[in-house]
Design a protein around this ligand. Sequence first.
Ligand code: RB5
Length: 147
Amino acid sequence: MKIALACDHGGFELKEIVKEYLIEKGYEIQDHGTYSLESVDYFDYAVKAAEAVASGEADKGIVVCGTGIGVSISANKVKGIRCALCHDVYSAEMTRAHNDSNVLAMGGRVIGKDLALRIVKAWLEGEFEGGRHKRRIEKIAIYENKC
Ligand code: RB5
C-alpha cells in the first residue's frame, strides 16, 4: 500500500515519526514535504498529498500540521477526498468503518508519538463497512460533483 505524507512545520516532527513507522511496517511512502521546521503554509503541502490520493497515485494519505485542522480543511477541498481529523483511536476506527476516509489528519502539537502511531495503525488497518454507510458517502460525492 502506497501512503502519501504531507505536513507543515507544525507537523514536521510527527510526520517524520509516522514516516519511519510506516517504512518499518513495509508501506511504500511518498513524502510531499515539508522537510524541515522552517515556517511554511500548510495548504501547499496538504493539497499535494490529497491530490496524489485523489488521482490514485497513492492509496491513502496522512497529513499533519500543528492542530491537524489546517491540513484537514485543505485536503477536503480536493475532489474525492474524505479527510478525517483524528486524535483518538476510536475515531480512527470509526472513520474507516463509516466514512471510508482516504486521508488521515493529525495535530503534531496535540497528541504524542505513541497515541499518534496507534491512531495510524487503527486507521490503516480499518475496513469500510459499506451498506448504509456507502449510501451516505455517495451523497457527499453527488453534492461534490454538482459544485
Ligand atoms: C502553524 O503555526 C499552525 O497554524 C498550523 O500548523 C496549523 O495548526 C493550522 O491549522
